[in-house]
Design a protein around this ligand. Structure first.
Ligand code: ADP
Ligand code: MG
Length: 441
């Protein structure tokens, strides 16, 4: 199928061909004509499936072909949860509009406010931004939305998770007129919070649900490894990053402090690694992402600030040094690899503190997770039995430390990458030492 069959202008199709993009992906084939027909859209499809173009193409097409409602106000507003993602969407937009008279401005937190005011005064057709800064401009009236025709939320659920509900409401109210069209995109839209908001944002939307949030991604191999403690995690990490098949790699940690610590540790061991966390200056954040996208260094260590949307095709591995608390974030983190048809590997280290997250993710993904081991790095931790997470957890930790687990494993020497069924029972519990109450949750 060609893009022109979806109603896309031949100029745009040529632009895409320059980028090596000739066939629409599934989400594009569904969303582009629906958006061009003027419908609101609520769209969910897997990470790396081409959602950005699915909303950019109809948006650019509209600005190219249809008369503007207002000469002054932006015609299209695209909201993304993080500065890095907004920057990436903006870059992709710039490629599409190169050589046309369509203009676009990027409005991010952490950048000079007055410069943004000046840029907005030039009446750009497109504004791409993060919700907080957009709301600041709306409050100051340096951005006005009464002529807005198309409002797009990328990673809509994350925008809400980050607590930007008020800003979204503000945008919604100020751009609230009959002609506005709204598009919501993510890989994980199917939860209650989004439902409630989308009722206010969308008008008789067409739902395009190409995969469930919790559906397995066929291009991503997922491997879990049990870890006793921090040192054990670090030893495993070092083992993984030095494997030959690792191209670029993104490591996710729970805290900003850990991004720095691990970056130091890996650099000391001779790896080229850099930490990206939300507390860095905006200039530094962009510099790091830019260097990483140019493959100037191999390992990016970050928090969930980079879990959404980022599209770097040379990322072969994602490593969860700690598991995220929310199962959706797991889906997005591992989705930084295995994009656009490439294969990727997602490795997660599961220690005692990760156990509750592991259980949540496992339940969300309908149990489809297997544990693996690395020769020479097999620890004692085999999972926790949970009743009252806090108390039982501590005890279990102590127990493991005080008394090495009995070598209850099977006699055969372990192969490095074979899935093990034994350490964790199908219900997610550690193997029962005493046979008692099989279900406790
Ligand atoms: P998503 O937002 O669904 O996670 P992206 O929009 O970031 O995915 O796209 C993932 C990658 O796929 C990008 O590198 C993009 O350039 C590429 N891509 C998008 N559409 C196509 C297409 N039709 N054919 C080939 N590659 C595509
Ligand atoms: Mg995306």
């Amino acid at each position: 199928m060609h893009f022109t069959e979806l109603g896309i202008d031949t100029r745009l199709e040529k632009q895409l061909a320059h980028q090596g993009i000739t066939q629409p992906t599934d989400i594009q084939a569904h969303a582009v004509p629906t958006a061009i027909a003027g419908h609101d859209i609520f769209a969910q499809s897997k990470t790396g499936s081409g959602k950005t173009l699915a909303f950019l193409l109809p948006a650019v097409q509209r600005v190219m072909k249809q008369k503007a409602l207002s000469k002054r106000d932006p015609r299209v507003l695209i909201v993304a949860p993080t500065r890095e993602l907004a920057t990436q969407v903006y870059s992709q937009l710039r490629l599409l509009i190169a050589g046309t008279n369509i203009s676009a401005v990027k409005v991010l937190g952490g950048e000079n406010f007055n410069d943004q005011i000046k840029a907005l005064r030039k009446d750009p057709h497109f504004v791409v931004g993060t919700p907080g800064r957009l709301a600041d401009h709306l409050s100051q009236r340096s951005l006005q939305l009464s002529g807005l025709e198309l409002l797009i939320f990328d990673e809509a659920d994350r925008i809400l998770d980050l607590g930007f509900t008020d800003q979204v409401k503000m945008i919604n109210e100020l751009a609230d007129h009959r002609l506005r069209q709204t598009l919501l995109f993510s890989a994980t839209l199917d939860h209650a919070q989004v439902d409630a908001l989308s009722r206010n944002l969308l008008r008789s939307p067409k739902q395009i649900l190409l995969s469930a949030s919790n559906e397995q991604h066929s291009d991503i191999t997922q491997q879990l490894y049990l870890a006793d403690h921090l040192d054990h995690k670090e030893a495993l990490l070092e083992h993984f990053v030095k494997q030959d098949n690792v191209g670029q790699c993104i490591i996710f940690t729970a805290t900003r402090a850990d991004t720095q610590r691990l970056s130091q540790l890996l650099n000391d061991k001779g790896f080229k690694a850099q930490a990206l966390a939300g507390d860095l200056t905006q200039a530094k954040r962009l510099e790091i992402m830019d260097a990483f996208s140019r493959e100037n260094f191999k390992i990016l260590i970050t928090t969930d600030v980079a879990s959404r949307g980022l599209d770097l095709l040379s990322v072969t591995h994602v490593i969860n040094f700690d598991l995220p608390k929310h199962a959706e974030e797991y889906v997005h983190r591992i989705g930084r690899t295995g994009r656009a048809g490439f294969k990727g590997t997602a490795i997660s280290l599961v220690g005692p503190k990760d156990w509750p997250s592991y259980k949540a993710i496992k339940a969300f993904l309908n149990d489809e997770l297997s544990f693996f081991t690395v020769d020479g790095l097999v620890g004692k931790f085999k999972g926790l039995r949970e009743k009252k997470p806090n108390t039982v957890w501590k005890k279990a930790e102590k127990k493991v430390a005080a008394k090495p687990a009995k070598p209850k494993r099977k006699a055969a020497p372990k192969k490095p990458k074979a899935p093990i069924q034994a350490p964790i029972d199908v219900d997610g519990f550690a193997p029962m030492r005493r046979k008692k109450k099989p279900e406790q949750e």
